[in-house]
Ligand binder design. Structure first.
Ligand code: ARG
Length: 462
């Protein structure tokens, strides 16, 4: 039990809060992560208050110097955080008062914690959009390195996790480079939309002081002030956009991670993780487990969970601010931390892994992977309608299956028993190298196309 009334609003209160009240109410345990943004916001606000004549230059100067001291205390780990002071905003202000005295009391003129927290959190999430962009670029570069090394290496392409058609390793790596490129554009897009300043909305209605919102917006790197004060203090869609982009990105990472788990198994042996990115078993000496890939695969759980949690917190809240909204931060912090960790791990793991060219090539030739090439040959060379060609090829696949061999192992005589027109040169298209080389359509898997795409991405990623 705190037995004194709060110094920030104690005027109306005779007693302090119950201990449990303090526990449920305080956010300082987590929103201390907003300290730097909070101080930046306060510095911009104080400078504006002085520029507009709302406070004196000397008060603004005291405030500015005091805030720098507070910042260095926080960075140096000596700042006396207090749960009784609830959150980062009141912790900073109370300490400022201890340092500079009366001038500190003028800082909160024409401002509320409602616009203050909205500014702080926007600035924090904005930084995370930039961090996600840089981390995604690093994963793209690692994938591009893999694509370059094996631009024309043949591997099976899958549908339903069944061998479908031969593709190239470079093409498969580039598929993820594309996905992550769209993730980057989603973060960039969200960043652009969130880059407007809520500062000056005050509690909810704006203020009667002659503030300059353009000035504070510019000082904080925003494109301008938000247009509606009610909206400014009450929406968290910017955080939800970050979480949505993060969820989609984590989903992409999860798919790649899943492939790496499958590919590094003894059954596939498509890739080998380096020692740095593998773990052993405490009982089975032969094991090399892809734990990092598995954990990346799992991160989508908490990241999408945060998205659902915050969406649910915000749903049905009447305008404007409600304390419910304090629940936004831990979700976003956790999602951002784990996304960054997953991206860093993926970049390191992909850069370090080695693809097994022979295993990829051998697997590519299984599962009648060139059946489509055979059907296409029947269309192109014999003029069969595709549906009939499909049927003829199906019969040949069944024949090979019965004989326990692959398509190129059938004799011409065997093929003639299904269709008399088939010629010796059909065997050219049954090889996996020829198959991939023939897929030169835009966006296709042919090494020619893959090398073009690699060159494009190299230019883009620098
Ligand atoms: N700690 C609060 C939050 O994170 C700051 C805003 C408090 N505003 C208020 N009206 N109680 O949302």
């Amino acid at each position: 039990m705190t037995d004194h009334a709060n110094t920030m609003w104690g005027g109306r209160f005779a007693a302090g809060p119950d201990a449990i009240m303090e526990a449920i109410n305080a956010s300082i345990g987590f929103d201390r992560r907003l300290a730097q943004q909070d101080i930046a916001g306060s510095r911009a606000h104080a400078a504006m208050l002085a520029a507009t004549g709302i406070i004196t230059d000397s008060d603004a100067d005291e405030i500015r110097k005091g805030l720098l001291t507070v910042l260095s205390e926080i960075e140096g780990g000596t700042f006396p955080f207090s749960a009784a002071l609830e959150d980062i905003h009141m912790n900073v202000e109370a300490r400022l008062k201890e340092i500079v005295g009366e001038a500190a009391g003028r800082l909160h003129t024409a401002r509320s914690r409602n616009d203050q927290v909205a500014v702080d959190f926007r600035l924090w999430v904005r930084d995370q959009c930039d961090a996600a962009d840089a981390a995604l670029a690093a994963v793209q570069k690692a994938l591009l390195g893999q694509a370059e090394a094996g631009a024309d290496w043949v591997m099976p392409g899958f549908t339903h996790l069944q061998v479908a058609q031969p593709v190239t390793w470079g093409h498969h790596m580039l598929a993820y480079v594309e996905m992550l490129g769209r993730d980057r554009s989603r973060f960039a897009d969200a960043r652009k939309r969130m880059n407007l300043s809520p500062l000056g909305a005050a509690a909810l209605a704006g203020t009667s002081f002659p503030i300059d919102r353009e000035m504070t917006a510019a000082a904080l790197g925003f494109d301008g002030p938000m247009a509606n004060s009610l909206d400014a203090v009450s929406d968290r869609d910017f955080a939800l956009e970050f979480l949505s982009a993060a969820s989609i990105c984590a989903m992409h990472l999860s798919r790649l991670a899943e492939e790496l788990v499958i590919w590094s198994s003894a059954q596939f042996r498509f890739v080998k993780m380096s020692d740095k990115w593998s773990t052993g078993s405490s009982i089975m000496p032969q094991k090399r487990n892809p734990d990092a890939a598995e954990l990346i695969r799992a991160k989508i759980g908490r990241i999408f969970g945060a998205n659902v949690a915050l969406m649910t917190v915000m749903k049905g809240l009447p305008l404007t601010y409600s304390k419910d909204m304090q629940e936004d931060k831990e979700q976003v912090f956790d999602a951002a931390d784990n996304l960054m960790l997953a991206l860093a791990a993926m970049a390191g793991m992909v850069a370090d892994m080695s693809a097994n060219r022979d295993a990829l090539r051998a697997a590519a030739a299984t599962g009648f992977s060139t059946a489509t090439d055979l059907a296409d040959w029947l269309v192109r060379e014999l003029g069969l309608p595709f549906r009939e060609a499909h049927h003829v090829t199906g019969s040949l696949v069944a024949m090979a299956e019965d004989a326990g061999c692959d398509l190129p192992d059938l004799t011409l005589a065997q093929m003639h028993s299904v269709h008399e027109g088939i010629r010796q040169d059909v065997f050219d298209v049954l090889g996996v190298e020829n198959s991939v080389a023939s897929r030169t359509s835009v966006g296709g898997t042919s090494p020619v196309r893959v090398r073009e795409a690699i060159a494009q991405w190299q230019k883009q990623l620098g």
